[in-house]
Write a protein that binds this ligand. Structure first.
Ligand code: AMP
Length: 282
């Protein structure tokens, strides 16, 4: 059954009110569209946990640092709706900019600490945009459960912190990263890669896996990091924003895996910024 596409908050609330009255668990899967199997895995997880599932599609202007990046972001609403048809979701919420940010909108949600590293530095204002739109989506949908990908691990931790700090009664579930056969993490931005860049892109995860093995084998972190960055540049990447090991919970910078940790990387390839992260096998 094709789910209704709802474009206004009034229609969304009309749909969710009976579900709430019936005490049903409502799952939300926030996305920016250009849906791929990574997104669909979140929807499958939501379907397993919740009686009702809402997928939201909103390319949130407030989380983009540059107008060119926002303008170039893939938008594929028809194909997205077709992909969602086989999941039997209960609603697809596709608000427009005025619905989310009407004239006079003046509130911004800021999460400190977690947002002062990695993408928080390299994409100024990004996490404020994310936290603000996600807080709104939580309030608009009255969801009991939310599903986010570990692909964007820093974002997942920021959303968890925001929900906890604002006493939003929602359980935030983190779901594993879905990858292409060659290891590249699925991402809507992969659509922007040229054929040649697409063949180079998996070098990012290959270097992260090698580095993870080096750390587990007790090798010096700084030397392994230098080697990985040099290998990326040799392969054709044009810049590396960060290639770091951090603690799972508070994202503190580490140079040895003395606690549950992940490797995080962001690198530029042919004008496209790729990010990825993996757990360090302890
Ligand atoms: P986006 O549309 O890029 O904003 O992503 C929407 C949600 O899908 C976020 O929670 C992402 O972390 C998640 N996501 C994106 N790519 C993947 C992936 N390859 N595997 C799992 N989840 C993903």
């Amino acid at each position: 059954m094709t789910a209704p596409i709802l474009r206004s908050l009034v229609d969304l609330r009309a749909a969710t009110a009976p579900w709430q009255r019936a005490g049903q668990r409502i799952g939300i899967v926030p996305t920016m569209g250009a849906l791929h199997d990574g997104h669909l895995s979140l929807i499958a997880a939501a379907k397993q946990t919740c009686e009702r599932v809402i997928v939201t599609i909103f390319v949130n202007p407030r989380q983009f640092s540059s107008p060119e990046d926002l303008a170039g972001y893939p938008r594929t609403e028809h194909a997205d709706a077709a992909k969602l048809a086989r999941f039997d979701v209960d609603a697809i919420y596709v608000p427009d900019g005025d619905q989310m940010y009407p004239g006079g909108f003046a509130t911004t949600v800021t999460v400190s600490g977690l947002t002062e590293v990695m993408d928080g530095i390299h994409r100024p204002g990004h996490f404020q945009g994310v936290a603000t739109v996600v807080a709104k989506l939580f309030a608009q949908t009255s969801a009991t459960d939310a599903f986010f990908g570990e692909k964007d691990y820093q974002q997942l931790q920021v959303v968890r912190r925001m929900a906890r700090d604002l006493d939003i009664p929602i359980t935030v579930h983190g779901c594993p990263t879905i990858r292409e056969i060659d290891g590249l993490a699925m991402s809507s931005r992969n659509l922007l890669l040229s054929d040649r860049a697409r063949t180079i892109a998996p070098v990012l995860i290959e270097q992260m896996e090698e580095m993870s093995e080096a750390i587990t084998a007790g090798q010096d972190f700084a030397a392994a990091q230098e080697g990985a960055i040099a290998a990326l540049m040799r392969a054709g990447f044009t810049g590396v924003d960060y290639f770091e090991m951090r603690a799972n919970d508070d994202l503190a910078l580490l140079t040895a895996a003395t606690q549950p940790a992940r490797l995080f990387a962001a690198a530029w390839l042919a004008g496209v910024r790729l990010i990825d992260n993996i757990a360090i096998q302890g």
